[in-house]
Write a protein that binds this ligand. Structure first.
Ligand SMILES: Nc1ncnc2c1ncn2[C@@H]1O[C@H](COP(=O)(O)OP(=O)(O)OP(=O)(O)O)[C@@H](O)[C@H]1O
Ligand SMILES: [Mg+2]
Length: 375
């Protein structure tokens, strides 16, 4: 897409979040390519992103916007290293969550030797994947795009029956396909998606959306249902003023909160979160992570948390599974997985997370060139 934009030899290119959906190992190559293209062609660039660590790598000047107003504007060095405004300071210093890792206990969910393949394809996309999740704890699944994270979620939720292996949940073996699962299984295993937008019916109000599982699983109606909806809105820190609003009338963070409330309505034992904060800016994402951690403490719910954001993993995980090409290549408690010695892939993954330092990108690329020349 960058090459395409540069073809007509423009004077200005606008980049609108070009790397936001990419995992860190892919992002680094794209960032380097964009930076090189800007330098070599002399084109001016307007680079839009919610990731300040990225912006620190590619920009000369930064403007910080909030609710349509300019908060701060200046050279990259000033904004990153010496921000003047409170909002910019908060942006630069997010990821303040401090989560103490818990010791694993007897698992609530245990996926064993899962092998999976999509219909009409010739290759397995999951190879012998095994993971355990302890009650009330978080297993983070990380890995680059296409490594099989969402496929694992599909297998566990029964949307893609596996070719081999099985999943135990809350003391019973789950039926491989969703339609033949019991109502109890469906209720106790919930899922939240990356795109809150498409996960909600735009014609239903917040009250209707949250009310459906209350009716379906618990038969709640009328005043009783309304009372419970209000309690859930309270839990996600949104007032009951939201009950009659439509998804289109909510911000991205609020939409994701409603999806969380809908999952909680079922009183689940495990929630699978697939990239639930990836589409949000860092401050809003932090709010969602804090909420999820609070809810975990209160409701003792376990999370299988799929993300390509390692800062998020550090913030919330108890244990971590690193996936690469359909296999779990590293697995264990957070403190062990994130401590050396690393396998090659985990090393690459960890060293690819952008740091809020000017010149970080050049350094990483120079180091890697030296290493590959040395080999
Ligand atoms: N419906 C499908 N049919 C065939 N192949 C698929 C399908 N969905 C995914 N795949 C393939 O399965 C592999 C794993 O994909 P998956 O969506 O699980 O990756 P992921 O780790 O979730 O990636 P991302 O971080 O981009 O979401 C990829 O090679 C992908 O091309
Ligand atoms: Mg995915």
């Amino acid at each position: 897409m960058t090459a395409l934009a540069l073809c007509p030899e423009p004077d200005l290119v606008v980049f609108d979040e070009p790397t936001t959906a990419l995992d860190v190992t892919t992002q680094i190559d794209v960032l380097a390519a964009i930076k090189e293209a800007i330098r070599d062609t002399g084109v001016a660039a307007l680079y839009i992103t919610h990731d300040l660590a990225v912006v620190a790598q590619v920009s000369d000047d930064i403007m910080v916007l909030k609710m349509g107003e300019m908060v701060e504007y200046g050279p990259v060095d000033q904004i990153i290293n010496n921000p003047q405004e409170e909002y910019t300071k908060a942006l630069v210093s997010v990821r303040s969550i401090n989560h103490e890792e818990k010791t694993p206990t007897a698992p609530i969910l245990s996926a064993k030797n899962i092998t999976a393949r999509y219909k009409g394809t010739k290759f397995n996309v999951l190879h012998d994947v095994s993971i355990d999740i302890s009650p009330g704890q978080t297993l983070a699944v990380v890995g680059e795009s296409g490594s099989g994270k969402s496929t694992l979620a599909r297998v566990i939720t029964g949307l893609l029956p596996p070719k081999g292996g099985s999943t135990d949940f809350a003391g019973r073996t789950l039926s491989p396909d969703q339609p033949s699962r019991t109502k109890e299984d469906l209720r106790e295993l919930q899922m939240i998606y990356q795109m809150a937008d498409v996960a909600m019916n735009p014609r239903q109000t917040v009250g209707t959306i949250i009310g459906r599982p209350l009716e379906f699983y618990f038969g709640l109606k009328g005043a009783e249902k309304r009372k419970r909806i209000n309690e859930l809105l309270d839990e996600i820190e949104m007032g009951d003023g939201f009950i009659d609003r439509y998804p289109a009338e909510l911000s991205g963070g609020q939409k994701q909160r409603v999806c969380i409330a809908r999952a909680l309505a079922a009183k689940p034992k495990l929630i699978i979160c697939d990239e639930v904060t990836s589409a949000l800016d860092p401050l809003v994402a932090d709010g969602i992570l804090k909420l999820l951690l609070d809810l975990q403490k209160r409701e003792d719910v376990a999370y299988l948390f799929i993300t390509h954001d390692l800062a998020t993993v550090r913030a919330i995980a108890d244990s971590i599974a690193v996936m690469y090409q359909g296999k779990v290549v590293r697995y264990g408690p957070k403190s062990e997985v994130l401590s050396p010695p690393f396998d090659d892939y985990t090393d690459l993954l960890l060293s690819s997370v952008p740091e809020m330092k000017i010149g970080w990108l050049e350094n990483v690329i120079a180091t890697r060139k030296m290493e590959s020349a040395g080999n």
